[in-house]
Write a protein that binds this ligand. Sequence first.
Ligand code: NAP
Length: 265
Amino acid sequence: MSQRLDQKVAVITGGTSGIGEATAECFVAEGAQVVICGRSLDKGEALAERLGEHCRFIQADVTQEADIERTLAFAVEQFGGLDILFNNAGGPTRGLVDSVEAEAIIYATELLFSSAALGMKHAIPLLRARGGGAIINNSSIAAIRDNQGDLIYSAIKAALTHYTRLASVRLGPENIRVNCISPGAIATPIFWGGSARANTLSAEENDQKMAKLQANLARATPLKRSGIANDIAQGALYLASDAGGFVNGHDLVIDGGRINLFNES
Ligand code: NAP
């Protein structure tokens, strides 16, 4: 059976947990060669080992431009080029309108926006060298409506969504498609402090938090189930593959219909 990402090389930032981890599993199953990056050495190495010879991990912090460059160069070194970049790494931020701190704004911008913008910048020459490719940015429904994240997170994700649209116009003529995904509430450790915090808890504690979270999210979603990381991985697969070959500058909302609820928190 043909695989939808046969012969493709993908980089997934934030591949050590949640949506990035599920996307790495999905892309490898669909025939891609995948580089994942993140800060958590143990988790990244364990995942790469589990996924086998078509997956490699590199420790990198996406708030550092040199680490982003190093990650992309690693993909070229290991697998010979780049076809797909999934700018996925992210985490919780803090930003109340009456008490936000400058440091929190800078951190959120570096983590959620600069990481993707700089990832795109360094990926473009590599994608050009292959005659085109796909860039996917992980935004959020928080970019679109209230109560889905703190203010700074939401505003910066909105910048990322808009940047995606603008970049798609500029890169389309070079056969580089740029799209984003806006996940709704997807059960991952981002809800209990992000993957770095999850690393400090036992497997049992993380499982308990996940079970409780999924039950809560199911209640607050029209489909009456929690979003799971693989729901987003499937969207990324569509956007990365030939099935999405005429999709460019699109914001793919995957949220079980949550965005249509009024006043849902
Ligand atoms: P997660 O399980 O906490 O995973 C976050 C990933 O990002 C981890 O692999 C983490 O790896 C990586 N990461 C965080 N800071 C990093 C840094 N400075 N450098 C490199 N990697 C970093 O959360 P998730 O829910 O899968 O989130 C993935 C993306 O989806 C984020 O951009 C998030 O904003 C977006 N999103 C999530 C939801 C949701 O409901 N879950 C909704 C909308 C959008 P390390 O800790 O190993 O560095």
